[in-house]
Design a protein around this ligand. Sequence first.
Ligand code: URA
Length: 263
Amino acid sequence: MTAVLTPRQQHCLDGIGITAWRPRPAVDAAELKPIAEAIPAQSGQPRSAPPVQSHQPSAPAESKPATPRPTVMPVELELNDWEQTLQAIEACTQCDLARTCTRKVPGKGFQQADVLIIGEAPGHDEDIQGKPFVGRAGQLLDKMLAAIGLSTESVYITNILKCRPPGNRDPQVDEIAACAQFLRAQIKLVAPKVILSVGRISAQNLLGQQSPLGRLRTQQHVLPGTDIPLLVTYHPAYLLRTPSEKAKSWEDLKALHRLLHLD
Ligand code: URA
């Protein structure tokens, strides 16, 4: 079966470098793992809290496993609204990244968006501008969203970490733990219809799963502890390095489009 693209969609696909695509094969729900049930919500946390797990800082790109939680947990803050949350991110010194980053990068976009996009951590450009996904990867993300009729302003975009790790190294266990309460607050405040998790570090930490990204993106998920559907896709920086995977990311975007009932 070949779906017909509108000229605008075709134009957007050309923009992100996809020249041909195939429809996604139907996923048999019986084959999927009951991920939300497999990961109990942590006691004392709101229902929307993702069970943030850490991962090995030295692990390689898209296939490395996550690692256990840190033993030292950060101070829990009152984060009941956007003002408290953004101020707390700005004031945060709970890990060393606060000293090494240029600017905090809390998030951008529509605070009541249907779609919440969660990446890994700010890079060089984001660190300077104080906004997520403004570099080359962000430009590709914008085009990917446009391909399904979403503007950057209509979604909310944030990261697992709000500060740039030096040299763009992988986030460390304590850093992820220190930032987790901000992400939990943002998820609660946005209350999205769908979460789009981009990249391995985002997906593994949100789901508390160690599976490789290539597997996670083919499975159906809800954010553990909530009933929010969560889609996993490739990080746009990975797509810039590996354009041959763009066709798969287009399948993920179409799944997002379907979930939003835009079809
Ligand atoms: N990569 C990310 O994961 N987030 C950003 O904000 C920029 C690049």
